[in-house]
Design a protein around this ligand. Structure first.
Ligand SMILES: Cc1ncc(COP(=O)(O)O)c(C=O)c1O
Length: 346
């Protein structure tokens, strides 16, 4: 597995290794397992996040094929688009994106222009509005065809940068973790993280099944589609195992996607997410986002309260980034912040 990973072309985009941090105040507050955070919000490029690791492999392939233009798709506040936009800016590639405009209902006014959207514009992403009702794969192909007719050499990055090459970024993360566990003299019983388009979880599951088989990976569904997420993780994990020419035992049975923390739908705030974002901020000075890491952390807190982990356990929360989207969700936090400081009128 390691040989195939190392033989796969890769460019350097991320600041690695990302820090591994113990959270004593959060652990004490929850009165459960020891909690560590792996800071993949600090991968660096374009304010960081989990896509930067994936893009190291995916954009290496694009460059290898002579691409001068990248095409992808994401929602208005997509962290994926923001990280691709930053990477293409750094590499001097053009970036054209299908922006899915109507996936999240009842959004703040800031949702359309602040947070990731502001950064996308600064990185010079060219945005093409696309309805959630349209087939985004067809939309991207048609966009790529038009660019080809204009003499460009486009390369399509799938939604969420989730394909075999993207998932390799998280096999690589497991390799990094093996070394960090040695240097920090710690080990983990479980890794908990937000799971959506499946690439992060597939890479973690295949990597951990091979290198750290005692660690259980728990993906928290943030899409309100747990069966779909699990199906996608199973599919991509199997593709990844084939690519790596290494099939860990009981691969499918190791894949767990936890339901119940997405609320009514993708991108819709929940009270559990607001609590999680607030606790991480107040107890550890850590910033989560409302769509992914915030709901992932709500899942972690919920599992601790349900007794899924004991006080003897050590759990790693993978912070996958997404912080810019916080600025697009001010109203979700207004009542909470007002309750904390009644004199402060925001
Ligand atoms: C901040 C953040 N966390 C987690 C995820 C989920 O990762 P994946 O799509 O690989 O399942 C995403 C995906 O966009 C994300 O932006």
């Amino acid at each position: 597995m390691r040989d195939t990973l190392l033989a796969t072309p890769r460019i350097n985009l991320a600041e690695l290794p990302t820090p591994l941090q113990y959270c004593p105040r959060l652990s004490a507050y929850l009165d459960g397992p020891r909690i560590y955070v792996k800071r993949d919000d600090l991968t660096g490029l374009g304010l960081g996040g989990n896509k930067v690791r994936k893009l190291e492999f995916v954009l290496a392939e694009a460059l290898g094929q002579g691409a001068d233009t990248i095409v992808s798709a994401g929602v208005v506040q997509s962290n994926s688009l923001r990280q691709i936009a930053a990477a293409t800016a750094r590499l001097g590639l053009d970036f054209h994106a299908a922006v899915i405009t109507d996936r999240v209902p009842n959004v703040d006014p800031d949702y359309q222009e602040s947070g990731n959207m502001l950064l996308d514009a600064l990185f010079r992403m060219k945005a093409y509005p696309c309805s959630v009702k349209e087939d985004r794969v067809v939309f991207m192909q048609q966009l790529a065809d038009k660019l080809r007719q204009q003499g460009k050499k486009p390369y399509i990055i799938p939604y969420g940068v989730s394909n075999v090459l993207g998932a390799l970024g998280y096999v690589n993360c497991v390799l990094e973790l093996v070394m960090q566990m040695q240097s920090h003299a710690c080990s983990f019983d479980a890794i908990v993280h937000a799971s959506g388009s499946s690439g992060t979880q597939a890479g973690l599951v295949v990597g951990a099944a091979t290198l750290l088989p005692a660690i259980h990976i728990l993906g928290i569904d943030i899409d309100a589609e747990p069966e779909r997420v699990r199906r996608d993780v199973v599919h991509l994990s199997n593709e990844l195992a084939t690519y790596l020419r290494h099939r860990p035992a009981s691969l499918d049975e190791r894949i767990e996607v936890v339901a119940g923390y997405a609320g009514p739908g993708y991108g819709i705030p929940t009270p559990e997410m607001v609590e999680a974002v607030s606790l991480f901020a107040q107890l550890e000075g850590l910033v989560l986002d409302p769509v992914y890491a915030g709901k992932g952390a709500a899942g972690l807190i919920g599992l601790v309260r349900q007794g899924r982990f004991t006080k003897e356990d050590t759990v790693l929360f993978l912070h996958t980034g997404g912080m810019p989207a916080l600025y697009a969700y001010r109203s979700a936090f207004v009542r909470h912040i007002a309750a904390l400081s009644p004199e402060c009128d925001i």
